[in-house]
Design a protein around this ligand. Structure first.
Ligand code: HEM
Length: 407
């Protein structure tokens, strides 16, 4: 760690207690009343309970028992052998874990192979946009979601945030993979392992003094409402931006993209009654659960720095101002300010002028001579970023944590 980030860490570390207490009381944390109706979900019906008070009845007791029995290392060793959707579960898993995983790995009855294929075609065609949006949009936005930033900060992976971010990138990569939910793909594996990690975190984090101090009264982390907040920061946000950018998306591609995320939510353990059935329903739910919670936290700001440091590694920091400006263009100034993104007076106007032209040219809507030379610098930097983002995620094992971040 360089001197500047070490100092920043000390400063933010000292301020954590005070700011955490303030943060808990700030209006940004007031959640709107849950009024989203289960009739708008893939289930079409449901009890309509506020998902703020729902966690994961199947996974949580099983992972709590694994931790209590001291079997985390044994389970992780077995999980490392499990990489493909069609692979039988490895030996060495305790019976309760095996039973849970056999049931959790099943695709929902409503999974539609035609729509999943449309999603894969969509990523093939629009990967540069979705890659940039996941990495620089959703990835950075997650640092402005206080509960997510704090859960990540105080859990075991928070001690090595670069590694943590690389692991999360794997999910973005796998979702867009051509084979994601096919037998040869890996998305079921990634999502089931992630569901197990989240269940373990629900058992562990309440024992962390740092989390306890800043959790704003939440006693168990990662509620179903929290998972949907993050889901919207990925799926709904990306679709919203593609529309803003006037990227042509066919109805089949748009429905396919929604579908791959619906299936992902199900495998992550979200109840079908909370999974939106359409983009209109997703937008409505997002406005209720995501938009009001965005806020600045010391933990989130530190995560932002780590993310941007990864970007700076691309070429000794030269790209960072450009990436700052692109992220601001994508997230808007409100979120940009919340996460402490630098303002870039040179790059910002350039990007907001050039990017729409570049999109229009890439989509065959305008001829080449209309594109300013600087637009290619932007595209080149994004391409590098997307490649880095994807390669960071490859070949990484998602592991069940056995402890929190050491305090
Ligand atoms: C772990 C994805 C929602 C907190 C992970 C991992 C992935 C992931 C891929 C494994 C990476 C690793 O081992 O570090 C997702 C997705 C979500 C979601 C796709 C929703 C669609 C959330 C939410 C929270 C959260 C809402 C908290 C409020 C965590 C924590 C870890 C984790 C604390 C463990 C990090 C550690 O090992 O210490 N998540 N997540 N996640 N996630 Fe999530």
């Amino acid at each position: 760690m360089d001197e500047l980030s070490r100092r920043k860490m000390l400063i933010t570390g000292g301020a954590l207690g005070a700011l955490g207490a303030l943060g808990a009381a700030s209006p940004a944390h007031a959640r709107a009343l849950w009024t989203w109706a289960p009739s708008g979900s893939v289930a079409g019906k449901g009890a309509g309970l506020d998902p703020e008070w729902v966690w994961d009845e199947q996974a949580d007791p099983v992972l709590a028992a694994v931790i209590e029995r001291g079997q985390v290392a044994q389970v992780n060793q077995a999980l490392r052998q499990w990489t493909r959707n069609d692979q039988p579960l490895p030996s060495g898993l305790p019976a309760d874990v095996r039973d849970f995983m056999e049931s959790a790995r099943r695709l929902p009855s409503w999974a539609d192979p035609g729509k999943l294929a449309a999603a894969a075609r969509f990523t093939t065609k629009k990967g540069i946009y979705t890659g940039a949006l996941y990495g620089l949009g959703s990835g950075l936005m997650s640092t402005a979601i206080p509960r997510e930033a704090r859960a990540v900060y105080y859990s075991k992976g928070g001690a090595d945030m670069k590694d943590r971010i690389a692991k999360t990138a794997q999910l973005g990569y796998d979702v867009g993979d051509l084979d994601a939910y096919k037998p040869s793909g890996g998305m079921i594996v990634t999502a089931v392992k992630t569901r197990m990690v989240h269940a373990a975190v629900r058992h562990l984090l309440p024992q962390s003094p740092g989390w306890d101090r800043t959790s704003g009264g939440q006693t168990i982390p990662i509620s179903q409402a929290d998972v949907m907040v993050t889901w919207h920061s990925l799926a709904t946000f990306v679709m919203r931006k593609l529309k803003d950018w006037r990227v042509p998306v066919t109805t089949a591609e748009s429905e396919g993209f929604l579908h791959v995320w619906q299936v992902t939510a199900h495998i992550l353990g979200v109840l079908d009654e909370y999974i939106p059935a359409s983009w209109a329903e997703a937008e409505a739910q997002s406005r209720q659960v995501l938009d009001p919670v965005l806020a600045s936290t010391p933990e989130g700001n530190e995560l932002t720095d780590v993310l941007l440091d990864i970007v700076a590694e691309l070429d000794a920091g030269l790209t960072r101002p450009l990436i700052n400006a692109f992220a601001r263009y994508t997230l808007g100034d409100r979120t940009g300010d919340l996460i402490g993104l630098d303002r870039e007076p040179f790059w910002q106007p350039l990007i907001s002028g050039a990017w729409p032209l570049l999109v229009a040219f890439r989509e065959g809507l305008i001829p080449l001579p209309l594109i300013p030379q600087a637009a290619w610098t932007v595209e080149e930097a994004l391409r590098k970023f997307v490649l880095l983002y994807l390669s960071e995620g490859r070949g990484i094992n998602i592991e069940i944590p056995d402890a929190n971040r050491p305090s």
